[in-house]
Design a protein around this ligand. Structure first.
Ligand code: HSE
Length: 312
């Protein structure tokens, strides 16, 4: 996934369940044999990138940290702990400090926040209303397979079974990702609010999200309507974003150029476009559309960037 990027580590070891141990896989470090996960074996490493369930992370990350390993965890187990940094290196690299457990944010947050941050620094975020268009890969490899199986079944028979998603996804969309909360939002939606506040250090940021699963494969798209504390123009926003790390302005609507999942897939930068003055908030308001690979900036790339900060 990150084959053309310099990896920051001198040696790479891969660990998985006993079921996968012994299998081989290609990596930027050559062919690697997967080892069975044990605390003793992983404790031989300086940095552990965990892509496991929250329960697994809660059990094993503290044990690894106690053995001197710096753990970068991709689950939501530690994201809201006051003593654990939640990090997007373009935004809050200093939060890493000498922490032994560092949380990697939810994909939807990372893809949005990396674009919001330069605008916040210049104009001050006040209110943000987000709608997401999230790819099947957000539900893991099973989600991607289910989308493909459902698409075939739909074309062949006109109906499809669903297991991973709440409903069939092809020719459809599902405004439901993760569990509903008492306030009517889903957990996926609240993650964007909670995590954005923590990462950008704006505890009272008013941010509301509607998260929607759509039948795309790999990149998430998000529309954001933003009210700023200070006046803003689309040209000023475009100029700032053009110089900002982690984002690429893709914004020439007359030429049919705007962010799209197909183009953002496999790219490290989050694409930002459709930048316009928002009609509701007037000269203090902007509207924009972002699109980012949820397996890269939304997950693995951000984790590797955190490792680079740790090693710096
Ligand atoms: N929670 C996200 C989704 C995946 O379901 O799309 C984040 O990696």
């Amino acid at each position: 996934m990150l084959h053309d990027r310099a990896f920051p580590l001198s040696e790479l070891r891969l660990f998985a369940s006993a079921r996968s141990a012994g299998k081989t896989t290609e990596t930027p470090y050559g062919t690697k044999t997967i080892e069975a996960f044990t605390v003793d074996a992983v404790a031989e490493c300086d940095i552990a990138l965990l892509a496991v369930s929250g329960d697994f992370a809660k059990e094993f990350a503290p044990q690894l940290a106690a053995r001197g390993v710096t753990v970068i965890d991709n689950s939501s187990a530690f994201r809201y702990d006051d003593d654990k940094p939640l990090v997007i290196p373009e935004i809050n690299p200093d939060a890493v400090g000498d922490a032994r457990i560092i949380a990697n944010p939810n994909c939807t947050t990372a893809i949005l926040a990396v674009a919001l941050w330069p605008l916040h620094k210049a104009f001050g975020l006040k209110k943000v209303i987000v709608s997401t268009y999230q790819a099947a890969s957000g539900a893991g490899a099973e989600g991607m397979s289910e989308l493909e199986d459902q698409a075939r079944a739909y074309l062949d028979t006109g109906k499809a079974d669903n297991k991973v998603f709440a409903h069939p996804l092809p020719f459809n969309l599902i405004p439901h990702i993760d569990a509903f909360q008492d306030n009517g939002y889903t957990k996926e939606e609240m993650k964007v609010t909670w995590e954005s506040r923590k990462i950008m250090g704006i505890p009272d940021l008013a941010l509301s999200c509607t998260a929607v699963r759509i039948p795309t494969s790999r990149a998430h798209a998000e529309s954001a309507v933003i009210e700023f504390a200070r006046p803003v123009t689309p040209d000023a926003a475009r100029a700032l974003l053009a110089d900002a790390p982690g984002v690429k302005v893709v914004d020439d609507p007359a030429a049919k150029v705007y962010p799209m999942p197909l183009n953002a897939s496999g790219k490290y930068d989050v694409e930002v476009g459709r930048i316009r003055q928002n009609l509701v908030f007037g000269d203090h308001g902007l509207e924009l559309f972002v699109c980012g690979d949820q397996l890269l900036k939304g997950a693995a790339l951000n984790a590797v960037q955190i490792a680079e900060v740790v090693l710096d």
